[in-house]
Design a protein around this ligand. Structure first.
Ligand SMILES: Cc1ncc(COP(=O)(O)O)c(C=O)c1O
Length: 388
């Protein structure tokens, strides 16, 4: 196997801090033993603080999409009316999962590259039969857009029929403001390879009281993802099935680091880094996809310049050991996506912008590499300067 040494700027998996790598190199423990139970308790207590919930947090072995499936099958029955709010390909995935298990899915789609409009959601929820659940993406990784979740949640809370609010928080949680209980989110999921700074393999599901209660009547088929089973085992400090122990070691350290930094500081750091990356890309001559008020703090998307082909451009960046992501679905080949979640600092961002700028130059574009580095640093320092 080749030794991996890249500036990895995909929106997950993210580069692992050294302390996480060390933790993940540890020997196995018995997942039915006391040490494992202590670790599970430490991670879940930390996550409850970071997500701001008094609800239950379950750690499931699988990727984020598994947790999206778990959210659906543990709260709904076939035939339930569900409104899927989608602003991109991950919103589409959540809707597809609900449909695959027999929910009657209506969609509220917004143009890719924009955020969901709370007024449009209010109107839709007021018209027609009430919904059993509303599905929302916190941070749409496919377009680099953050939804205004607090406002969307307030709209759902006021809606007829008291629908459940199920949130895909996979690429925003831990990096962007999120107050589960105060905002009235019933269920949110995330995944270890995102802002939590661990390897892929553990999905996180946080359940409020209404989500737990919904489980008692939900009739969608489930076995591996059954929350009742997971909750019962969690009460004994265990998981029902053999968990990804290595990833849990890493997640434990990731959570400790986020707690030590403090939620507001983490959110602020991500916002400052996003602003810096956006400014740097613009200085390179790239046009960002999202309007400033809709931009995500964890992933920045820009249009591939006219006349430049994504595949050779991407290959040339990879030859320079800069690894970013391309577009998904209908935007494949049209946009590039640059991830900045987890252990992110301005120096790695500038390094990546420089590699991108040099590559653009090689491809015949005039890219001002130094100007981009300066713009990114200035914006970052402006955003992080102590208040006078
Ligand atoms: C918002 C969002 N939802 C769902 C997923 C799917 O997660 P996974 O790839 O871990 O299944 C991702 C992964 O990028 C994501 O960013």
């Amino acid at each position: 196997m080749r030794r991996m040494q890249q500036n990895l700027r995909t929106p997950g998996p993210t580069p692992l801090p050294e302390a996480v790598r060390d933790a993940q190199a540890q020997q196995m423990v018995d997942h039915r033993g006391a040490e494992f139970g202590e670790m599970l308790a430490e991670i879940t207590a930390g996550l409850r603080q970071l997500i701001a919930t008094d609800g239950e947090v379950l750690l499931l072995t699988g990727s984020g999409s598994g947790a999206l499936e778990a959210a659906i099958v543990n709260t709904l029955s076939p035939g339930d009316r569900v409104l899927a709010v989608s602003i991109g390909s991950f919103g589409d995935r959540f809707a597809k999962i609900a449909g695959a298990f027999g929910a009657a899915v209506d969609r509220l789609d917004f143009e890719w590259g924009t955020a969901a409009d709370p007024d449009a959601l209010r109107e839709r929820l007021a018209a027609g039969e009430p919904y059993r659940a509303v599905l929302v993406t916190h941070n749409e990784t496919s377009t680099g857009v953050a939804n205004r979740l607090r406002q969307l949640a307030a709209v759902v809370r006021d809606a007829p029929g008291e629908p459940l609010l199920l949130v895909d928080g996979i690429s925003g949680l831990g990096a962007m403001p999120f107050e589960m209980d105060a905002w009235g989110v019933d269920l949110v999921v995330s995944a270890s390879q995102k802002a939590w700074m661990a390897s892929p393999g553990i999905a996180i599901a946080a359940l409020g009281e209404r989500a737990v209660a919904a489980g008692a009547t939900a009739r969608m088929p489930r076995f591996y993802w059954d929350f009742a089973e997971a909750r019962q085992w969690a009460s004994k400090g265990q998981t029902p099935w053999t968990p990804a122990i290595t990833v849990l070691y890493g997640l434990c350290v990731g959570v400790q680091r986020l707690l030590a930094e403090g939620r507001e500081r983490t959110w602020h750091r991500h916002a400052a880094i996003a602003a810096a990356v956006g400014a740097g890309m613009e200085a390179l001559g790239l046009r960002l996809v999202a309007a400033p008020e809709d931009r995500s703090a964890t992933v920045t998307a820009a249009w591939v310049p006219d006349g430049l082909e994504w595949a050779p451009f991407n290959a040339a960046m990879r030859a320079r050991e800069l690894v970013i992501a391309g577009g998904q679905g209908k935007w494949a080949g049209r946009i590039l996506r640059f991830g900045h979640m987890g252990e992110v600092g301005i120096d790695e961002m500038i390094d990546a912008l420089e590699r991108m700028g040099v590559t653009l130059g090689e491809q015949g574009r005039s890219a001002h590499v130094e100007a981009a580095a300066r713009a990114a640093r200035d914006v970052f320092e402006g955003a992080t300067a102590p208040a006078r």
